[in-house]
Write a protein that binds this ligand. Sequence first.
Ligand code: ZN
Length: 250
Amino acid sequence: MVSSARKDSSKKRKAKQNPLLAEKLFDEYLEEITNHLGISQLDLTKDEMKEILFPIFKEIVESYQTKPALSSILNKFASRYDQLSDYISSKLLEIRGSKLNRNQLEYVIYNIKKGVNKYISDLYRICLKESDREELLNRLRIAWNSFGQMLPAICPKCKFNSVAPNYTCLVCNHILSDKEMEIALSIREIVGIQSKEALTKMLKNETIYYLNNSLFTFDELPKGNNVYEIRISKELKDYIRKLISLNSPS
Ligand SMILES: [Zn+2]
């Protein structure tokens, strides 16, 4: 027999959802959800699937007063697909680390977005182990240039636009020599289109500054992000002198 006290409390909870509903439904709907999201081929254990999907699933289920239909849940997942595929990619890297299998690696490379900033070095190293590394790296470069910190200087080692103004590559950690940096920023090409006055001014300095595809001396340098300090090598000085002499009327 049910006591009156219990009857009252069950009345109060009437509008509230059963706290175990999300857990129960997750088991029931999991297969359809993973098929719908195109992640059933990722060979994840049920526990891993749960770690990745359950927080979102629970949030969706709890936004309903009563048991939501599978189709409603699938629609909610689909409406967040872009965000979700980035999240799943990052979670895969978090859970599996460098032990991603081939299917997982491909999923990550093609779906990662903002997460590329955190995991770029790991992904680069994983891709290097694959026989078709160039193809994978090309795809990773697209993700990096679209969602990562695409920088003007191209690394001579990994070929990503990823060399920071401190001369260090954010992808492969290579530290560039002065000569490499000169090439990475196409300094000679930019020097080649300067006026004779600008070249003469450059020669009076030990360093010049690269910003947005232009070169400046220290006193002309405007404010901006990603300013690269370039130490003018003897070879570069010789090159500048040569350009000045070519520009001089004979
Ligand atoms: Zn690099």
